[in-house]
Design a protein around this ligand. Sequence first.
Ligand SMILES: *Cc1c(COP(=O)(O)O)cnc(C)c1O
Length: 386
Amino acid sequence: MPVPLLDVNAQNHPLEAELTAAFTSVLRSGRFILGEEVEAFEGECAAFIGAAHAVSMSSGTDALLAAFMAAGIGPGDEVLCPAFTFFATAGCIARTGATPVFCDVCPVTFNIDVTSAAERLTSRTKAIVPVHLFGQAAEMDAIGTFAAANNLQVIEDVAQSIGASYHGRGCGTLGEMGCFSFFPSKNLGGFGDGGLVTTGDPELAEKLRRIRNHGMHPRYYHATVGANFRMDALQCALLRVKLRHLGEYTAGRVANANDYIERLSALPGITAVGAGDGGLTARIVVPRAAAHMGHVWNQFTLRVPAAGDRDALKKHLTSRGIGCEIYYPVALHQQECFRHLPPHAIGACPVSEALTGEVLSIPVYPELRAPQRDEVVAAIAEWLEI
Ligand SMILES: *Cc1c(COP(=O)(O)O)cnc(C)c1O
């Protein structure tokens, strides 16, 4: 039986009646831009995340861009971000005219390493963007202390981590703003693009609302330049249906991840991250949720350290019909589009560089069934014996 990396139909098709009702309701209302559904979705997201304010946006990328615009980031500024993340984090910094300054990451959590960030701080550094990668929070206490000491804004990239927590506090409430994505592969996956910015500051929330609508206030008066970053009412209505199930979806991901951790760790040649020698002699290192993290497992990402092994495992799993993917094959400081940046912005990030050759994500989506997990574990066990 093939095991896809993600099966959006397994999640969405059981909701067909509810989704159809939501669609019909918007169709009949005739209100497609902003309005009631959008406000209701924002209120429900704010409550779920534990944020005072939530402003929906046309995508996670636009959420980041709007947040950077609201933070006043622009030409001459530098913004610290991890070298190991999805491109949008850094792409949006660059689009404001600011310089992304790439920091290395922790090999255990894959998240930004504050020591590396401190080394890259300059008088122009204005903000730091921790990314809660694969569903797990970055070390926000250390980041907060570092940011406060250096007068930096903290803008969280929560695209992969809606519902995740750090010491019991929700991701997206730990900095000035939190940026979320509803891309179909994210934990709250929509029917197209969508995004959201959370903030505890009512003035920032108002700024974000104006930025997403051409900086307009009042109607046809523009004191600042914004853009069209609006999320469709239809998308909001459909996602309100799915938001009601997000707790169950997260529980499914956590159960799948725990099952993998237990069964994979029992195989010879596999080490849980942080165990014993730190996995130096392991053929495969399985991820782990740190005790103070509420991990929501957007990805379950193995490390396969020996040269050539990761690609061999990927080939083996693919031959067995098991979906797997490399998130991410190139670190951002090594992307061609950033080659012109000043040397301190694109300095060596040895952990990020190593990870691009070691990581492999396997299926962990909530609807993954026990026999499918059996197949994944069996295929990995088979590869270890080859
Ligand atoms: C998906 C993602 C984004 C961008 O979200 P889109 O909705 O696809 O624009 C930004 N940052 C990270 C870390 C992501 O995973």
